[in-house]
Write a protein that binds this ligand. Structure first.
Ligand SMILES: NC(=O)c1ccc[n+]([C@@H]2O[C@H](COP(=O)([O-])OP(=O)(O)OC[C@H]3O[C@@H](n4cnc5c(N)ncnc54)[C@H](OP(=O)(O)O)[C@@H]3O)[C@@H](O)[C@H]2O)c1
Length: 157
């Protein structure tokens, strides 16, 4: 359907679902981060306030909605919940990317239509995790092997 809006989770994680540590990403893979920026450019990105504080500065050509209990956020629109953010985003763009962090993915995984997930090769420590993926709920419609990560495009069955 040409007109339907797509809610897409975008994330990078290790094989055991580590997505972050105190300072940001536990790895440095510019090719993977650039792929993320290219996917979201020109669309709407929804993220939690802590992730916005880390990554918001890189999203200059993207409409950003920040989930927070605060009334306002410098440089982006503050919204009180993921559901409110999705409603708002649907007014503006066809593709709506949900870009973390852990607290937001936990709720988003039951709402998203698709997921763009990079599985980082190697082992990295962290303190924030992506939720369990119930593989029976998803088809993997594309898989690409890059030197330092495997990209998988999931679509809800
Ligand atoms: N690898 C990846 O793809 C990726 C992507 C993004 C982030 N990360 C990592 O994830 C970590 C951050 O994740 P996190 O879980 O700690 O923080 P987060 O999800 O980015 O942000 C948490 C904040 O979002 C707001 N929030 C969350 N749930 C809410 C709700 N139900 N209602 C209203 N506001 C709500 C609150 O903001 P207020 O406190 O302002 O109210 C809360 O403090 C970092 O390590 C980051 O590097 C990794």
């Amino acid at each position: 359907m040409e007109n339907s809006k797509l809610v897409i989770i975008i994330s990078a994680m290790t094989g055991n679902h580590v997505i972050g540590n105190e300072s940001g990403l536990p790895w440095s893979i510019p090719e993977e981060y650039q792929q993320y920026l290219d996917f979201v450019e020109g669309n709407t990105v929804i993220m939690g306030r802590k992730s916005y504080n880390i990554y918001g500065k890189d999203l200059k050509k993207t409409r950003v909605l920040v989930i927070t209990r605060q009334a306002s956020i410098t440089g982006a629109k503050a919204v009180p919940s993921l559901e409110a953010a999705i409603e708002e985003a649907k007014l503006h763009t066809q593709r709506i990317f949900i870009a973390g962090g852990g607290s937001i993915y936990k709720v988003a995984i039951d709402l998203a239509d698709e997921m763009y997930l990079s599985f980082i090769k190697g082992s990295f420590e962290g303190n924030t995790y992506f939720p369990l993926i119930k593989l029976e709920d998803w088809d993997i419609i594309r898989e690409e092997n890059h030197s330092r990560f495997i990209f998988k495009h999931f679509r809800r069955k």
